[in-house]
Structure formats: structure tokens, C-alpha cells
Design a protein around this ligand. Sequence first.
Ligand code: SAH
Length: 261
Amino acid sequence: MLIKKNLGQNFLSNDALLTKIVDCGKVTSQDIVIEIGPGTGNLTQKILNKSPKKLIVIEKDLNLSELLKKKFGEKVEVINDDILKRYDKFDFKVPLKVFGNLPYNISTKILTSFIKINNLNKKFKKFIFIFQKEVADRILAEENSKNYGRLSILTSWKMNKLKIIDINPNFFYPKPKVWSSLITLTPKLEFKNLKRSKHLEHVTNIFFNQRRKMIKKPMRQLFNDFEEIAKELELDLNLRPQNLSINTYLEICRFYEKLTQ
Ligand code: SAH
């Protein structure tokens, strides 16, 4: 089979690992399941063994899509398309479970696209994703650590996060250069509402583009009356971006949204 590097194709076949991944989803016969980038269908088969109510897979590679249609027939709905054009087009009455050994070149794009969906928790129940470890570390990072940044804040805004395991490159074919991590993300039932997620991206961008600087600088950049706002938030302007909690960023974002009405 021809491997398409530009589609981030790194396939898994280890049975114990595939079982571990599928078990994270606790799939039952009530579940509607989506798989992103099913590739040759090894994880797909494992999901199918749990007899979900419906299984839909999105695969961009036409050859692989044809192969999957032959392999699974009626049992799986194979959609030959780009997930980035599809992620917000699922319309079911029950929240979905989403699996994906994600194509690494677009893995953060896929994640942030899902996060920005309105009513995320009504549409999605759980994401079971494999990222390159470096990205997973950034997603999972807590304040005051070196990996803490935009991706940690954006994800934590709407999701509960759980690291399951790190995966050695040897488990993949072809073998990638870096380690990977399996994590699960569960949409929070309650989270601070923002007018637009774009605003949080903007605010965190301004802070973390200057991650070594004291936050006085980004605060001044965002607000004329930055000293007053800092007082109201009990914010020490000598701190660095990585020292502020997710809640503080959401509060700052609220002030920013008041200005952009
Ligand atoms: N799940 C499989 C394959 C993972 S590799 C396994 O674990 O073995 C990533 C897969 O995503 C590949 O099959 C690749 O063709 C597919 N892919 C890449 N970009 C995609 C996109 N934009 N939308 C949907 N699938 C994509």
C-alpha cells in the first residue's frame, strides 16, 4: 500500500493497544460513534466489535475509503472527505463519541475546530484522541508549567482532560520520529460563556506571543485602563503569562468583550 505522508498516515496494528484505545470510549449499543482518519480500519474493527448503534468514519484518502467500504460494507458509513469540512455537520439527537489517531499535521486544527462549536456538550460526549506527545503535553499543561499556553487554556475552557498513556513510535507504521499520547477529552457541562471563542484566542495570543515578558505589556496592549482592570481582577502586573489561571484568562476575556460590543 502506498503511504501518503502529507496525510499524516501512521497506522496502528497492535491488538492490545487498539483494545486499550477503544476501551477508553466505553462504547455501548446506544452510542453513535465517529472515527476520524480510520486508515486501514484496525481501530474501526475494534469499535465495531462493541456494536455501536451507528459508526461513521471520515477518511480523506480515496483509496483507503474504497478499501474500507469493501471491508465493512453496510456495517460502517464511510465518508470520503476532509474532517475539517465535516466536524460541525453531524446532526444527531444523542451526543457523539469521537475516536481518532489524528493526522499530526492538522491535529491541533481539528481539536480547536471542535472546541469552538457552540453547545459542544450537547453534540459530543467524549473525544478519544491520539496526538503527538508534544502537543498532548501542551493540551494537558497546568498553569506555572512550561507547556502551559493557548492550547491548554482553550481546551480547559470547555473540556475535562485526561492523559491515558504515552505511545512509543515503534507501535506505528511507518514509524514517526516522535512519541505520541492517548488522551480523552470530555466536554464540560458548565463553562463560562463567551460571546465568541475567537476573543479568547485573541487574548491568549497577545499574552503568549510574549511569554517571557511581564503581563503588564499585554494588559496595556489590550486595555487603556489596564491598571484599573488589574486591580479589579487582583492581578499582579509583574507576573508572567504562564502564572495566570484559566479562570483569570476567561475574566480578562470578559473585560475584552465589554470593549468590543
Ligand atoms: N486510525 C488509523 C490511521 C491513523 S493515520 C490507525 O490508527 O491505524 C491518520 C489517518 O487520517 C490516515 O488514514 C489519513 O489518510 C487520514 N487523514 C489525513 N487527513 C485527513 C483529513 N483532513 N480528514 C480525514 N482524514 C484524514
